[in-house]
Design a protein around this ligand. Structure first.
Ligand code: SAM
Length: 209
């Protein structure tokens, strides 16, 4: 992320919603209507912060466990935007009216609950930044997990033998076509083992394409 910023490929601004609170205690949360545990982020400071970021009309992403699943394809979609606003939730989340008024995308990192939205936002930012032209070598991105709808094949580096375990012979053969075939087979094997649903999605896409 620092590389992308240092190279001037992207700019970011962090906004503290407490700067937009309405009372001297800088209160940003309140109890939920209808009862229930925990607190909710109040709408007024959040709305004022979003207005300060001129959020209306922009892509406004709210990371939340109840959103659509974040993935590589969605990151590819975000990297095309000129500007993205991320809202970091806290406590039990944010007032629904902020979602109705400002949020364009509700995005979940997975089926688990984090304490707050900062880490979720950083994961999204990091994933998107590395897709920007000039941050990472293009070839590295092309071979990565999910780019081709598959998980990445196993990787090895020197030494050739480590604790009695040898690097697969084929990778030392210098035979480019055979190495490519091996990588592809291993990718398929790994995807079948850990994420078989990706193979189904890929077949569907190929049929449609
Ligand atoms: N009450 C919420 C629920 O059950 O869906 C969980 C709130 S969580 C404790 C507080 C904040 O963390 C959320 O508002 C959201 O911004 C962030 N968060 C937690 N888990 C997340 C996930 N899986 N994906 C994205 N953001 C998440």
């Amino acid at each position: 992320m620092a590389k992308a910023v240092d190279k001037g490929l992207v700019r970011y601004k962090v906004i503290d919603i407490r700067d937009f609170a309405l009372d001297r205690h800088r209160t940003c949360d309140d109890a939920p209507y209808g009862g229930g545990p925990g607190m909710i982020l109040k709408p007024e400071p959040l709305a004022a912060a979003l207005d300060a970021a001129s959020a209306c009309g922009k892509r406004v992403v709210y990371p939340t466990p109840s959103g659509r699943l974040f993935n590589a394809a969605y990151a590819e979609e975000l990297v095309k935007q000129d500007e993205v606003v991320l809202i970091c939730g806290r406590y039990e989340g944010i007032d629904q009216r902020i979602i109705d008024l400002y949020v364009t995308d509700e995005v979940s990192l997975g089926d688990y609950v984090l304490s707050s939205g900062e880490l979720a936002s950083l994961v999204i930012v990091d994933t998107v930044y590395r897709l920007l032209d000039g941050v990472i070598r293009k070839e590295s991105l092309e071979e990565e997990s999910f780019t081709q709808g598959l998980l990445e094949y196993p990787q090895y580096t020197r030494p050739e033998i480590f604790r009695g375990m040898k690097v697969p012979e084929i990778l030392l053969s210098g035979h480019h076509a055979h190495i490519e075939r091996w990588k592809r087979e291993k990718s398929l094997e790994k995807t079948r083992r850990f994420r078989p649903e990706l193979l189904g999605e890929r077949n569907e896409e190929q049929k449609e394409g």
